[in-house]
Write a protein that binds this ligand. Structure first.
Ligand code: NAD
Length: 344
């Protein structure tokens, strides 16, 4: 008899990455449970549109369940785990954004620390077999050495957001060790694509270009980002869902961050490994949208990192996949979606 596929819980399912992951997993006949508090950090109607897209997915009536709850609410989280008994948990719910952590630090403590702790507790209590969670390239702080490797220093965060993400990695490591929960932390590098985050540069720039409004270009354009296309990120998470972390039996002293000799815990960069200068990114977007940007140069913002670049060799070794959508292709796909969305 065919064995049922394990059910997968996604937190932050109305978010950019969570909604795209849910659609992919549903397409492949997985039972997916989504939770999200649909907070108003950015447009709640945009988040609801993403949820409608999930519902349009052919398998959603059979395999999709959604609950509007917050990961800060331990009782509600435990009720969900009790009801669905997920074997795989992907924690994407978080207060995201570097700049907003200067304005509203409390939101980061609540979602990223208290909420994250509740998810860990639930994983412990309900025998979750594989825990995946979102970390961030921001944990590398102001590191100058590129590309960023998982065992580079990540103990000098330059924003509270980064500090919470690094804390998540340490918390997950301890739970993995104490309660034998296989866990993988994924350090995402600037994710972009259709249904992207309205608070991030690609969407802000596209909006400004379409409406002929000025674009603030920070650090006078001297910024580089390792932009990673959403489909590559989704594929990476999906593959990690089906390859839980193991203890490393060949403890590598050159790679202490990633291979632990006693905890089933791994950390992987998820990036495209090709940094793009901000001005080049804008030029590509201008070409794709057929309009010129109105540029306004400004100083570096507090908490911002000047340059990011990932080394993804550990990820490739683990899941036999390397994010590789070129920025040229990715921007074309994104711009096509944006124009359609903008017109409707
Ligand atoms: N997008 C990127 O470039 C990027 C880069 C690095 C790390 N990340 C991390 O990846 C994850 C997903 O990012 P995203 O871009 O999809 O962000 P997103 O803001 O679009 O999605 C996060 C979702 O979580 C929900 N949420 C927030 N706090 C919650 C809470 N307490 N309870 C329940 N739901 C809550 C939000 O409503 C939102 O829908 C986040 O953890 C983020 O920090 C993203």
């Amino acid at each position: 008899m065919k064995k049922d596929k394990p059910s997968i819980l996604i937190t932050g399912a109305a978010g950019f990455i969570g909604s795209a992951l849910a659609i992919k997993l549903l397409e492949e006949n997985n039972h997916v449970i989504g939770i999200d508090n649909i907070n108003n950090y950015y447009s709640t109607s945009f988040k609801k549109e993403r949820l409608s897209n999930i519902i349009k997915s052919p398998n959603s009536s059979k395999y999709w369940n959604f609950h509007k709850i917050s990961i800060e609410n331990k009782n509600q989280i435990f009720n969900i785990f009790e009801k669905y008994r997920p074997k795989i948990v992907v924690n994407l719910a978080a207060q995201a954004g570097v700049r907003y952590s200067l304005e509203n630090p409390e939101a980061y403590i609540k979602s990223n620390l208290v909420g994250f702790f509740n998810i860990l507790e639930a994983c412990k209590s309900f025998d979750v077999e594989n825990f995946i969670y979102a970390s961030s390239s921001s944990v590398y702080g102001g590191n100058k050495k590129v590309p960023f490797k998982e065992n580079d220093s990540s103990n000098h965060p330059i924003s509270l957001y980064a500090a919470t993400k690094r804390s998540n990695e340490l918390m997950a490591h301890s739970y993995s060790h104490l309660y034998d929960i296989p866990s993988i932390g994924l350090r995402f590098f600037t994710v972009y694509g259709p249904w992207g985050r309205p608070d991030m540069a690609p969407m802000i720039f596209a909006n400004a270009i379409m409406n002929q409004l000025p674009i603030n270009i920070f650090n006078f354009g001297k910024m580089k980002r390792d932009f990673t296309y959403i489909d590559d990120v989704v594929e990476s998470i999906k593959r990690c869902c089906f390859k839980p972390a193991t203890v490393s039996n060949t403890f590598d002293k050159f790679d202490p961050e990633n291979s632990c000799s006693f905890a089933k815990h791994r950390i992987f960069n998820v990036g495209n490994s090709k940094p793009v200068e901000l001005e080049i990114f804008i030029e590509l977007l201008e070409d794709a949208l057929g309009k010129k940007a109105i540029k306004k140069y400004d100083e570096l913002q507090k908490g911002d990192v000047i340059s990011t670049l990932s080394d993804t060799s550990l990820l490739t070794k683990w899941i036999d996949f390397t994010p590789s959508t070129s920025i040229q292709d990715g921007i074309l796909y994104f711009a096509k979606w944006f124009e359609n969305y903008y017109e409707h």
